[in-house]
Design a protein around this ligand. Sequence first.
Ligand SMILES: NC(=O)c1ccc[n+]([C@@H]2O[C@H](COP(=O)([O-])OP(=O)(O)OC[C@H]3O[C@@H](n4cnc5c(N)ncnc54)[C@H](O)[C@@H]3O)[C@@H](O)[C@H]2O)c1
Length: 338
Amino acid sequence: MKKILITGGVGFIGVNLALDLLKDKENFVVIYDNLSRNGVEKNLKYLLTLKLKNFEFIKGDIRDYKKLKEIVNGYDEIYHLAAQVAVTKSVESPIEDFEINATGTLYLLETIRKNCPSAILIFSSTNKVYGELSHLKLKEDKKRYYLVDRKNGIDENENLNFHSPYGCSKGTADQYIRDYYRIYGLKTVVFRQSCIYGPFQYGNEDQGWVAHFVIKSILNEKINIYGNGKQVRDILFISDLINAYKLAIKNIEKCKGEIFNIGGGNKNTFSLLELIEFLEKKLDKKIEYEFFDPRPGDQKVFISNNRKFERLTGWKIKIGKEEGIEKLIKWVKKNIIR
Ligand SMILES: NC(=O)c1ccc[n+]([C@@H]2O[C@H](COP(=O)([O-])OP(=O)(O)OC[C@H]3O[C@@H](n4cnc5c(N)ncnc54)[C@H](O)[C@@H]3O)[C@@H](O)[C@H]2O)c1
């Protein structure tokens, strides 16, 4: 039996990953999460109602080094997803943000190094490590910005330029994770993720914008737009991210010690205004929104160049943006009632 640990595993990405891994009865999945994210207790409740014999939940904090030393033992695969995930909150509480994202990651790395050094470690980093990217040439029309210099999107050779405490703390973790491969030989893989979206995502104004826009639209609530709404993001449906994680594990000899940008790429982008327009058509209603000042470190465009990972593993996106949003709409209609 394969023993798998998911930190932050009742969050959006974690619960989807757990449900996928739990389909294989040869996997024993342990989730470690402090339940601090609003809404995630519903994800845990859902997992527990399945009454699976190959699942265990441990309530705990990634900052609790003593507890980590007790529980991180004998794992074959570890997915480190636990994090303070919002740029806005990191600006309000930078020390707490650093302790969770940077120090917590270092604690986990140390326990893996000491207790189960042969485990594969997958880490969910972020494209925010590239900062605002304000040096990039952009074009602009009524609804969106366009990249001029990086026609295939942003690849892993882009300079690191941590911006916002969240960018700094996740960037620190990202570099430590890679360095534990170089210095200690741990089998680590870093994914610098664009916006991921899908079911079980309790998106809010601070994080998870696609789900947030869908939820607000369905509930007929006004959306606040920070900046002019022309910001462009590439969006990746959750099942395609999970496939990427699994392919990295399958191809670990090629992937260990590597860093990959991963996102929806050129074909799966929306500006904020475009997503609203798309939702208005899909839901057949007018969506209300209001503009506010831009937020610190907000990239005008981020589009991931996925070629390095595609080349190494043969990964391909299966769910395009329209299909993905339709799946998310269905889930929200069924599950979000205020
Ligand atoms: N969703 C995205 O678009 C996206 C994009 C880039 C990177 N990421 C990264 O992916 C990971 C998962 O993101 P998500 O979207 O599932 O977020 P999420 O907020 O839904 O999940 C994070 C989980 O971590 C838990 N957690 C928070 N602080 C903790 C702590 N101190 N100890 C233990 N558990 C703690 C929360 O309770 C939550 O269940 C995060 O590391 C995030 O930075 C996500």
